[in-house]
Design a protein. Structure first.
Length: 354
């Protein structure tokens, strides 16, 4: 009889990296040893609770108390932020402490302010509510923090975000650049626009696609209009599915000047998989996978001029850009493609329940 695994995650048609991650896992996961099922936590577009997180969390607790006893392993998917810690800490407490189930916790996002607060005030309390059989994180630096907080190194593994490999069929254009993320503070959306503003003076055919939405949307569009950048910058809105891949395969560079509490941004993995050179910052898991001059560049500064200097160098060295493009497509397919991730997860899950 197959062992039963219950994954707690957002609705898979919701926006966000965790929802996208499990939409791919669900599509590709097969196992003769495990049965994988999903329970959608949090507020979402189709759960009937609209945006009332409290009511949805209360419903989840009551429902999970009835549901958890039927499973051999519970998989939780928090970020290291206050809301996730309270919600998923409660779910893990119920699963582990009350029903004594095996639990695996995969941290997707990581907020540095929350990390500092836990490190200063509540390491013991954190370990109590997040006592589990296995922890997975998306960056080496997160693993080091958890070890410092008292977790055994043997319990902490490294995972990645994932993408679905589709070979780029059209000729890529290095002068076409994409920013693919939420328009939110810290994500680097305005810095991306200002970088292209600098470059457009020397390279008038440069084109930046701002693909996303968010609270800064109107502010960014106003900036573009006021600075007469409409010919060089296009807002596509939020895109996904084939439309997203069609745009990615036309572009040659992904510009992501993030200073946010990232884990391992899926947009970067998708860009690598489509052969884009990645220009970003050494934040979280990005520092583990981007090597300067090999598959992109990590920029310490958050100043647009620093990003412009790197991109200017790629424009002036097409051979370097082509090598980076090839390297990224090969690396992503080998390490981050969903089929490879499914094999790793199936092995990890089974080791915990056998």
């Amino acid at each position: 009889m197959k062992k039963k695994v219950l994954v707690l995650c957002p609705e898979q048609n919701a926006k966000g990296g965790v929802a996208f991650y499990y939409s791919l896992i669900q599509r590709y996961f097969t196992s003769e040893r495990l049965s994988l099922e999903f329970y959608h936590t949090g507020s979402g577009p189709n759960n009937g609770f609209k945006n009332n997180r409290f009511l949805k969390s209360l419903f989840d607790i009551l429902h999970l108390i009835r549901k958890i006893p039927d499973y051999d392993l519970i998989v939780l998917n928090p970020s290291l932020d206050a809301k996730s810690i309270i919600r998923d800490g409660t779910y893990n407490f119920i699963s582990k402490k009350i029903f004594t189930k095996k639990t695996l916790i995969l941290f997707h996002g990581w907020n540095r302010k929350t990390e500092n607060y836990i490190g200063f005030m509540g390491k013991g309390l954190f370990r109590y509510f997040f006592y589990c059989d296995k922890l997975l994180v998306l960056a080496k630096q997160f693993r080091s923090v958890l070890i410092e907080w008292g977790y055994s190194p043997d319990k902490i593994g490294l995972e990645t975000t994932i993408y679905e490999h589709l070979h780029a069929n059209t000729a890529k254009d290095p002068y076409k650049i994409i920013f693919l993320s939420r328009f939110a503070e810290g994500k680097g959306a305005l810095e991306a626009i200002q970088t292209v503003e600098i470059l457009a003076k020397m390279f008038p055919k440069i084109k930046l696609y701002m693909s996303g939405d968010g609270p800064l949307d109107s502010k960014l569009k106003e900036y573009v209009t006021n600075h007469k950048l409409d010919k060089n910058i296009e807002f596509t809105g939020w895109i996904d599915g084939q439309k997203k891949y069609d745009l990615l395969q036309q572009c040659g560079i992904m510009l992501f000047p993030t200073n946010y509490g990232e884990g391992m941004p899926i947009c970067v993995i998708e860009g690598m998989g489509m052969g884009l050179a990645i220009i970003t910052r050494p934040v979280a898991g990005l520092a583990d996978i981007i090597k300067n001059g090999i598959n992109g560049y990590l920029v310490e500064s958050i100043e647009p001029e620093a990003f412009a200097d790197i991109i200017r160098g790629l424009f002036n060295n097409k051979n370097l850009w082509e090598n980076i493009s090839r390297n990224n497509e090969e690396l992503a397919k080998r390490k981050f493609e969903v089929k490879a991730a499914v094999k790793r997860l199936e092995k990890t899950y089974f080791e915990l329940v056998q």
